[in-house]
Design a protein around this ligand. Sequence first.
Ligand code: CA2
Length: 152
Amino acid sequence: MTTPRRLLLVNGPNLNLLGTRQPEIYGRDTLADVERLTADAAGRHGIEVRAVQSNHEGVLIDAIHAARLDCAGIVINAGGLTHTSVALRDALASVDLPVAEVHISNIKEREEFRHFSFIEDVAVVHVVGEGVPGYARAVDLLVEVITGSADG
Ligand code: CA2
């Protein structure tokens, strides 16, 4: 089977509020800006993006399961579920797709409860603390993994 030219972008709980509060931590870009920037980055590689954001863990898990059928990889900012959800981690591990973990803020330099990520060791790409532009870098690095080249 040929590799699908599509990525799944997953944004977890509360990321629908981006750009509305805590700009000192998360900046002023909105979720729509994040989804556009990610689609533009993928588009430069001839790849499309299916974006999902939900405040409900099961919706995210269902989207990850569905990606198995028609996506080549997953870019995920799981929000607070990063630090709590074995179920989300199990979903990512079960689909056998390369995963890029993104965090807008540097979780390693914030409160101690944010230091641990259940997703970290099921992801092959990590972009942390680079703000919203980090989503574009995650796409570039994930495409390298998928195509096995530095210019995929
Ligand atoms: O830095 C990140 O990207 C986080 O994944 C964002 C999560 C946080 O729980 C993680 O520890 C780190 C929180 C997203 C909440 O986003 C908001 C945006 C604007 C206003 C309020 C919340």
